[in-house]
Design a protein around this ligand. Structure first.
Ligand SMILES: Cc1cc2nc3c(=O)[nH]c(=O)nc-3n(C[C@H](O)[C@H](O)[C@H](O)COP(=O)(O)O)c2cc1C
Length: 401
């Protein structure tokens, strides 16, 4: 989402200004082109040179320091900007923005900007709670600007309180969500996507369970790709991976738990992607205490788990149903059989015996099977890229229905 985006970071005079250097670096790492403008007060906390080196561009500090006769620098910057991030945003700049004051390069440029604005307040708790600041924040929200909630924690003043600038990683995530929200032509805008991920765990006793090699990377990548394509995403995951930002994530453990959660949302969902490796069987009896070692062999009787994909196949009306098939041999035969048996609209097959594909890997190589369509081979690439290809293929098929 940030790749190639023109982002201006406005740094104002708060103690958190030092974190803005990391913020700029992260935007650049995410593929954005970054420019920086600073208030005079901000320069008391961090040198413009730091931002000049990081952004590889001159930093605007003075409205009247016009170096280029061809342009008016602050208007030029305002017109160039596709996303404005004010971080840290002092109580002062918040007040100025709320009241249309333009008396330095930051406030003047911000007044001339038409791009989305992400305001990141950071200040002492009492300054934040002051009714004037609260009224100004409400005013900015009513203007349609996005104002982030400050973190609570140890403040520079030496006590716990609310007012800390959120960590740069979380600001970059919020920036991406804002851009997704403001981009009207994303192909999954207005669609609800449900994704399952990870290997389910079937309890034997309180300390042991049956599971499989699935890491959840493919499912989590699909949830992220669906989010970036504009969908409202729910991820039902049995994986231990970090939750993706901007995705409603529901942790589950067993196949039955997964089914219960998924079926609750099924009716209102447009696309379901079953990327989870659901255990086919579970222990028939779950011991409520740790099973002790004995001289005899231990037998665990297994019973069949619900087939979530087939259940959805039988109940679907408008939903586009995508299943995964992880095979070690006869991939095409099994995948095509699964497509028909489960009444799915698409089966994504991967040969998990291949070096760059399948469980726990960061890359995947898959073949997409659909009824009445030729199989589509997606060569080895990152799971995030494979996820996007799968969803784009599904969108194409949905548009043809
Ligand atoms: C050590 C120090 C730390 C400060 N930290 C903050 C802060 O975190 N947030 C804030 O709103 N103001 C803070 N201020 C006050 C602002 O710097 C002051 O209001 C200034 O006028 C803001 O100017 P600017 O908005 O043009 O950058 C701090 C001041 C000092 C001296």
């Amino acid at each position: 989402m940030l790749n190639g985006k023109r982002v201006t970071v406005f740094v104002t005079g708060g103690i958190a200004a030092y974190k803005s250097a990391d913020l700029v670096r992260r935007f650049i790492k995410a593929g954005a082109e970054v420019r920086v403008a600073m208030t005079k007060s901000a320069c008391e906390f961090i040198q413009p040179l730091t931002f000049q080196v990081l952004s590889k561009h001159n930093v605007l500090v003075d409205t009247f320091d016009e170096k280029d006769a061809e342009v008016v620098s602050h208007i030029n910057l305002a017109d160039w900007t596709e996303l404005a991030v004010i971080a840290p945003a002092t109580a002062n700049i918040i007040a100025k923005m709320a009241n249309g004051i333009a008396d330095d390069v930051v406030s003047t440029t911000l007044l001339a900007i038409t791009a989305p604005r992400l305001i990141v307040p950071a200040m002492n708790q009492h300054m934040l709670e002051n009714p004037a600041t609260q009224a100004n924040i409400s005013k900015l929200e009513n203007f349609g600007y996005t104002v982030l909630e400050p973190d609570t924690g140890f403040l520079a003043e030496g006590y716990e309180g609310k007012g800390r600038m959120p960590e740069p990683e979380s600001i970059v995530n919020s920036a991406q969500l804002l851009l997704i929200e403001k981009t009207t032509n994303l192909p999954l805008k207005g669609k609800k996507v449900l994704v399952s991920a990870g290997g389910t765990r079937e309890r034997i006793d309180p300390v042991r369970y049956l599971t499989n090699e699935s890491s959840g990377k493919m499912g989590h990548s699909i949830a992220e790709a669906a989010r970036d394509l504009g969908a409202k995403v729910t991820l039902v995951t049995a994986s231990k991976l970090e939750y993706p930002f901007g995705v409603e994530t529901i942790p589950v453990s067993s196949a039955r738990e997964m089914q219960e959660i998924i079926m609750k949302d099924f009716d209102t969902t447009d696309i379901v992607v079953m990327a989870a490796a659901v255990s086919d069987y579970r222990p028939k009896h779950q011991a409520d205490h740790k099973i002790k070692k004995t001289e005899d062999d231990l037998q665990i009787l297994l019973e069949e788990n619900p087939d979530i994909l087939a259940t959805m196949g039988n109940q679907k009306n408008k939903q586009f149903l995508i299943g995964f098939a992880a095979e070690t041999d006869r991939v095409e035969e099994y995948a095509k059989g699964k497509l028909i048996r489960k009444k799915a609209d698409m089966i994504v097959a991967n040969d998990v015996s291949k070096e760059h594909a399948g469980f726990n890997k960061d890359t995947n190589e898959v073949i997409i099977f659909q009824t009445n369509k030729n199989p589509i081979h997606i060569e080895t690439k990152s799971k995030k890229e494979v996820a996007k290809d799968i969803l784009l293929e599904a969108i194409k098929s949905i548009q043809q229905i």
